[in-house]
Ligand binder design. Structure first.
Ligand code: PMP
Length: 437
């Protein structure tokens, strides 16, 4: 294949892929978005569906009008679409609509919390803050190690499961890293967790938009108990996220937020709570967001998650091979051919601050990347070998320039030609580090 000429077959599926934006010199250029791990543009199908549904939009659940009943039905039916998309158990599991992955994980941490009893949560060294901080104030958290290249150590997971002697309540792990793009062997991790009588939560924020996810493969030991993900990373940026888990988890106890929609009967003396998922969705829900998510799932399913994974792998391999050849570049993720990963590539250019590289790419070439620590600071500290002592310095010196990394992350609409342009610009920046602003 002539990669230089190959355009993504998926390019026309997203809104604004060829939008013109101004460069620093005032000229217009086609925007290149290599920041899809943060958020993706909407699918055309999503905005069309939103416009179409708007004519029927109404408050849901307790309205008696035709539109309200229509909207309520659509909202409730969305749960089955989501369950099917990730092959969750349609009988045992429930889908709770939340704002995003962060809210989903906070909710689960609250619902698994046992008050004074401090059971153990096994998180990992490669987690986003959203899959670390929510656990800290409620549980004893231990972190599974990563190796020198930043990959999760399955041996350390097992030794920590043994060390905590059946006291591990949950293993919580990212499906794919938002820093290195490594894809974790979630079914192997599930098997280990279940052997030691723990459950597993997969933070699917980066995995679900790029790989097929199967919560219930044939072997019951491989089942994923809980899954969280965000619609805005899968071409439906309208404020919805998902938490999937067994209804049983949410049957007893009370949600962290209570109010309208969560109770069946209320007196000033007692409350009969709704059943899950409704008792977990306090206040008026984000109907438009859920309509958007369903439209995105339908488009992703029609394209085929395996096909998307395949195309994005080609992009990633191509980008890796191009970037590797740039003198002075350090790439922070290494995978062998065929090793699973998503299209996230972290790097630095020797002697040039990460923020400066990003600013030049934006100003001079209209290329959007992300820099810093991507809300995954302990992992970055490890990848960059930053010592606890150095971190103490940064703690006290708020204004000191911080270490960080440049990250490019692909969506299905990105092109090989865009990667060529990125490579050319990185080569120019490293050759003439002071020329550009
Ligand atoms: N986990 C991972 C791995 C992520 O990449 C992100 C978003 N960067 C989150 C969790 C949090 O997602 P959200 O901001 O949608 O809550």
């Amino acid at each position: 294949m002539n990669y230089k000429l190959a355009r993504s077959n998926y390019r026309n599926l997203v809104v604004g892929a060829d939008t013109k934006i101004p460069l620093h010199n005032g000229q217009l250029t086609t925007a290149i978005n290599f920041d899809n791990a943060a958020s993706t543009p909407p699918f055309v199908s999503v905005t069309e569906e939103i416009a179409k549904f708007s004519t029927m939009y109404s408050s849901i659940h307790r309205g008696t009008g035709y539109k309200s009943q229509y909207s309520s039905q659509l909202f409730e039916d969305a749960r089955s679409v989501v369950l099917k998309f990730v092959n969750a158990d349609p009988v045992q599991d429930t889908v709770i609509f939340v704002k995003n992955t962060t809210e989903a994980i906070n909710k689960l941490s609250y619902r698994l919390w046992e008050g004074k009893k401090k059971s153990v949560i096994l998180s990992t060294w490669m987690e986003h803050h959203s899959n670390d901080l929510p656990w800290r104030n409620k549980f004893q958290v231990d972190y599974v190690q990563t190796d020198l290249s930043g990959k999760l150590s399955i041996e350390d997971l097992e030794s920590k499961l043994i060390k905590h002697k059946g006291n591990v309540k949950l293993v919580t792990v990212t499906g794919a890293s938002n820093v290195t793009g490594y894809v974790n062997p979630i079914h192997k991790i599930a098997e280990l967790a279940h052997r030691y009588r723990a459950k597993i939560l997969v933070d699917g924020a980066q995995l679900v938009p790029h790989n097929p996810v199967n919560m219930k493969p044939k072997n019951p030991l491989h089942h994923i108990d809980y899954l969280a993900f965000s619609a805005h990373k899968m071409y439906a940026p309208f404020g919805t996220g998902v938490l999937i888990g067994p209804k049983e988890t949410f049957k007893h106890g009370i949600s962290e937020f209570v109010g309208g929609g969560t109770a069946e009967t209320v007196t000033h003396d007692w409350v009969v709570w709704e059943k899950p998922p409704h008792k977990e969705e306090a206040g008026s829900p984000n109907v438009m967001g859920v309509v958007a998510l369903v439209a995105a799932i339908k488009t992703l399913t029609a394209l085929g998650m395996h096909n998307i994974d395949h195309y994005e792998n080609q992009l990633t391999n191509y980008a890796n091979s191009k970037l590797q050849s740039i003198p002075g570049i350090t790439l922070y993720s290494q995978t062998a051919i065929g090793e699973p990963r998503i299209g996230v590539i972290p790097f630095n250019l020797k002697g040039i601050a990460h923020e400066r590289v990003a600013t030049i790419l934006s100003n001079q070439a209209g290329i959007a990347v992300r820099t810093g620590c991507f809300c995954t600071q302990p992992y970055i500290q490890r990848l960059l070998s930053i010592s606890p002592k150095q971190m103490e310095f940064y703690r006290k010196s708020v204004d000191a320039p911080r270490p960080g990394i440049v990250r490019v992350s692909f969506g299905l609409y990105n092109d090989f030609a865009e990667i060529d342009l990125l490579t050319q610009w990185l080569e120019r920046i490293i050759k003439h580090p002071t020329t550009y602003i």
